[in-house]
Unconditional design. Sequence first.
Length: 227
Amino acid sequence: MGLGARLLGDGHGHADDASGGLIRRARLYEIFSAAAFAGRRRRVFDQLAALSGVGPGDRVLDVGCGTGFFATRLATAVQPGGRVDGIDPSPPMIDYAAGRENAHCVFTVAAAEALPLEDATFDVVTSTLVIHHITHGNRATALAEMARVLRPGGCLLVADFRPPTNPVANHLISALAGHAMAHNPIGELTGLIEQAGLRVTGTGDHRPWLHYLRAGKPSSDRPRRIR
Ligand SMILES: C[S@@+](CC[C@H](N)C(=O)[O-])C[C@H]1O[C@@H](n2cnc3c(N)ncnc32)[C@H](O)[C@@H]1O
């Protein structure tokens, strides 16, 4: 059994759709993620937080928050006065995240494609390593939902796994982590984000294996400051 299947837990992933599905083994995911970032996890996520432009007082949504690691880093960045909501459809991941007991975070079981949240609520929406877990047919809806809950002038920051171009490395990723990561169609993200009505304002690669896109929600009268 590959690592991807072990993380999924009890076989409720979307194996038929070649997406990653829900992750149920929260503690195992924490160990895997810490190892995969080779000691740079906190630094990488703090850099992603900076790229999103979050600042004191902001209301932030982290979609597919998993174990809540990024949400708690974002919560630090929005003090004083800010708050972070984390959503994930996997109850074990949300239980683990809630166990972090951060007073500035609220965690809820929900899926990206049906956010139980009001329109135009958040200054910043983030989603890291999640899109390849959503069924292919639901990805456009998920990004439209993220755009819906973003305030005009707000910022969306999406980062996902960038498959290695080296075929041997890619084969290894496929064997270890599964098809969804090894064949992640990262190039489709720009189109999906623009289709959701957002404007891509920046893209880049982040070592060791992340690709990120930053996008803004058009605002006629209240542009968001760039930090
Ligand atoms: C690889 S983990 C990433 C967790 C966290 N964002 C991080 O960067 O460590 C992918 C997460 O996406 C969640 N997920 C799967 N399907 C989802 C969906 N439809 N909507 C939101 N999250 C989803 C999984 O349960 C899992 O927690």
